[in-house]
Ligand binder design. Structure first.
Ligand code: SAJ
Length: 442
């Protein structure tokens, strides 16, 4: 009875601190997930210690200088000045934290195998400072089983028992960079703990910063539901990418087809073809599920096929450029080609896994006279060379304009006017009358 009673008191102690906002919060990894999360807790009055390995980011945060598009500059400055948020690279500073959210990268290695080394190294550091009554939550997207099969045993090297001495849960990050409508507060947070106390404490914590929390029965459910979200997008984007290739062959406008399909008020959700898929999630996360599925003898065909179709799109776009130039008696080699937009999607600066970079790489390899514009991405590093974004107004005529990312700031009429050929991978020229036939959409 005593152990139970003590345990009860412990959880209450944590819950009390969460309710009265005296709980000290640790956020490990201050990137596109961790920094907005840190700001969300600090905004509600919690003291937040952020752990970040990048010294320039530590300096930026402690001086209130923002580097994440979805975070408000003035708010971060205020929170840093009031010391509600402070950043360090020393995990030992979390030994007094009451709740810790792990938001470190979970990339793929070069063989498209999961790389959870950031998670395991973080867990090893935490196992040395973890204390009774602490709540540890993993947010990084990962394969089902990571929290219970990997994180838990490492943390229990401390001698403390998960679910009894400390609480452990998984709660997937749901960040849609550049989305003005949905933010941390109004996106439902899914939470799955290793036991009821863990789920309850994690749900109470997030309940301080989000409108709705959805509890699930285990970390594995929470881990796999996140992957379902992203596989859903990857597969549906691949579907329309493949459809766009078929429609092109049949001389049908795939954009007209999708716009017609989306008039269906139920049972359909529009996705759009593009130059391929970029970002920190969609190109990578599905392979976490495919990898785990193989452990159960399941070959996740949808995921692999979607990955192949999406990965093929940059080359497909270059073939379209090549064929369209050839029709004008030109070749890629020696042609003046301008790529508009290198971020992985519109109105953001993130270029990770951006298909535009793959298109640029192939065009340079084919000896195009290549330049690009993207005011969100002033320079890009490609195979050891640095390319700088050209001022869009300084770009005069070109043999081929490639619209790879449809930023809102572009004057598409002007782009069309200045180019002899326009390859539009985003339907950005929709509505522009073109009698010359110079606009080629995917
Ligand atoms: N894309 C298409 N066609 C589409 C939609 C997207 O080609 O119809 C491309 C985009 O251009 C981009 C890539 O796919 O290159 C990924 O775009 P995205 O918006 O699906 O993915 P992310 O990585 O910016 O953000 C997503 C979130 N997006 C949405 O739900 C709209 C969400 O899946 C996750 O919360 C987030 O990844 C994450 O962190 O997992």
């Amino acid at each position: 009875m005593k152990a139970n009673k003590t345990h009860k008191t412990k959880t209450h102690a944590l819950e009390k601190k969460i309710r009265d906002k005296t709980a000290r919060i640790g956020i490990i990894g201050l990137g596109y997930v961790g920094l907005p999360l840190a700001v969300a807790f600090a905004r509600e009055g919690f003291n937040v210690t952020g752990i970040e390995q990048d010294a320039s980011r530590i300096r930026s945060i402690n001086s209130g200088k923002n580097y994440i598009g979805d975070v408000d500059n003035s708010e971060l400055k205020k929170l840093a000045r009031s010391k509600k948020i402070r950043a360090t690279d020393d995990h030992n500073e979390l030994k007094h934290a009451d709740a810790i959210c792990i938001c470190v990268p979970t990339p793929l290695d070069k063989n498209k195998q999961p790389d959870i080394s950031f998670v395991t190294s973080t867990a090893e550091k935490l196992s040395k400072i973890i204390h009774k009554d602490q709540l540890i939550i993993l947010e990084s997207t990962t394969y089902p089983g990571t929290t219970e099969e990997v994180l838990k045993p490492i943390l229990e090297r401390s001698g403390l028992k998960a679910g009894l001495d400390f609480f452990l849960a998984f709660s997937p990050e749901r960040v849609d960079p550049g989305n003005k409508k949905f933010n941390i507060k109004n996106i439902t947070k899914v939470v799955g703990g290793i036991n009821e106390k863990s789920t309850g404490s994690a749900a109470l914590l997030y309940g301080q910063i989000v409108d709705k929390v959805h509890k699930v029965s285990s970390p594995r459910v929470a881990e796999i539901e996140k992957l379902l979200e992203n596989v859903f997008r990857s597969v549906n984007i691949a579907l329309v990418n493949e459809l766009s290739i078929l429609c092109k062959k049949m001389d049908i406008d795939v954009w007209e087809v999708i716009n017609a399909a989306k008039t269906k008020p139920y049972g359909f959700m529009p996705f759009y073809p593009g130059p391929g898929i970029g970002g920190h999630c969609i190109p990578l996360d599905p392979f976490y599920l495919a990898w785990k599925a193989r452990e159960y003898g399941i070959n996740a065909k949808f995921i692999e096929l979607a990955g192949e179709v999406n990965d093929r799109m940059p080359e497909y776009v270059v073939e379209l450029i090549q064929n369209s130039l050839n029709k004008k008696g030109k070749a890629i080699k020696g042609s003046n080609i301008v790529v508009y937009g290198v971020a992985y999607k519109k109105d953001i600066s993130d270029q990770r896994e951006s298909p535009a970079l793959k298109i640029i790489e192939i065009l340079i390899k084919n000896e195009a006279k290549l330049s690009y514009n993207d005011s969100y991405v002033p320079k890009i590093h490609l195979n050891g060379t640095v390319l700088h974004s050209r001022d869009v107004n300084a770009i005069k005529n070109c043999d081929c304009a490639v619209i790879a990312t449809d930023h809102s700031y572009y004057d598409y009429k002007a782009i069309v006017k200045k180019a002899s050929l326009v390859i539009d991978t985003r339907n950005a020229t929709n509505g522009i009358v073109d009698r010359s036939g110079k606009i080629v959409k995917i």
